[in-house]
Design a protein around this ligand. Structure first.
Ligand SMILES: Nc1nc2c(ncn2[C@@H]2O[C@H](COP(=O)(O)OP(=O)(O)O)[C@@H](O)[C@H]2O)c(=O)[nH]1
Ligand SMILES: [Mg+2]
Length: 314
């Protein structure tokens, strides 16, 4: 199948082609380029929701319940779980199977895990491309779940229309969240596991932190309490997400600056990946990398000279 044919099937919402297209963007920029050129102009209709938080906070549980909620409203939902901890995506695939069982094998729910592509990066670019594919394929909501640690994950969530930060009762997790720098990116905050002790305290701490934060758009992020395992608070979460979305797209805000910032970030990510790939492809540089690394580690070479050597190689 040519890329044009594949793109056509993606745009028609054909599930197997969507999965194939996502594999292509996962594998690298060359194959991604052709498919993305056809897909990109058709994007912009889905509401992209980013969900982040510490491992075990209940993100997957929440995403599943939220997806069910939207599904019952007659919508199509795409779910992308970013799991940098599983390099070979074996664990991720198992996770998908378990989730399929909960959500049912439903043609209106598409679930996909994105795993890390090794040490050359590109995960955030691949994830954002996968979101665009689902958007263009006609999914009404695309939910992206990422663990809130690491720059890549934070960047991914920043590209969402609405970013949700999930916390759980208890000081430790809050501090972790602040450290990871995810406090600033939350448009909506969730205190999940509200069946546990310390909810009020966490809420107070969070409120105090949020009064310190300065948002250029003057939005006051709402705090929603949920018990994902009991399907409680999901409607409130959906309402909070919709609330921020209508605020951010209102005439005064229009979201232009944010969209432009995201576009710039994408451009730089793509450029970085392209230049890196090009540099490594030439003159066997890729094979030289470990050798250069060893020389640098042994102080026989400094990294600056190594880079000059690589670039000079072209
Ligand atoms: N008590 C309680 N447990 C929850 C709740 N939400 C999720 N869990 C449990 O917390 C664990 C981690 O959930 P998961 O959704 O995998 O978290 P993730 O790592 O953030 O995706 C699982 O055992 C869930 O059943 C909740 O609201 N209350
Ligand atoms: Mg999870």
């Amino acid at each position: 199948m040519s890329h044009a044919e594949l793109a056509e099937k993606v745009l028609a919402g054909e599930v197997r082609s969507i999965a194939r297209a996502i594999t292509l963007v996962e594998n690298g920029s060359d194959s991604a380029a052709d498919i993305m050129k056809s897909v990109y102009p058709k994007t912009g209709n889905a509401l992209v929701i980013g969900i982040t938080g510490s491992p075990g906070a209940g993100k997957s549980s929440l995403v599943d319940k939220l997806a069910l909620y939207y599904k019952e409203k007659g919508e199509k939902i795409g779910i992308i779980a970013v799991d940098p901890s599983s390099p070979f995506s074996g664990g991720a695939i198992l996770g998908d199977r378990i989730r399929m069982a909960t959500l049912g094998l439903d043609k209106n729910v598409f679930i996909r895990s994105m795993a890390t592509r090794g040490n050359l990066g590109g995960l955030s670019r691949a994830t954002v491309d996968a979101v665009a594919i689902l958007d263009a394929a006609g999914y009404d909501k695309v939910i992206v779940e990422t663990v809130g640690v690491g720059q890549d994950e934070v960047e991914i969530v920043k590209t969402a229309d609405v970013s949700v930060v999930v916390l759980v009762p208890g000081m430790g997790d809050d501090i972790q969240a602040i450290k990871a720098g995810i406090m600033e990116i939350g448009d909506v905050f969730v205190i999940n596991k509200a069946d546990r002790e310390g909810v009020l305290r966490t809420q107070k701490e969070l409120e105090a932190l949020l009064t310190l934060a300065h948002r250029p758009d003057m939005w006051n992020p709402p705090i929603v309490k949920t018990i994902a395992t009991e399907n409680k608070g999901i409607e409130d979460l959906a309402a909070a997400v919709a609330g921020y979305h209508s605020f951010s797209t209102s005439e005064e805000n229009a979201g232009h600056k944010r969209k432009e910032a995201i576009a710039k970030w994408r451009l730089i990510e793509l450029l970085r990946e392209r230049l890196l790939t090009d540099a490594l492809r030439k003159n066997g540089t890729e094979d030289r990398l470990s050798e250069l690394a060893r020389e640098i580690a042994e102080k026989k070479l400094d990294p600056y000279s190594a880079v000059e050597e690589i670039i000079g190689n072209q």
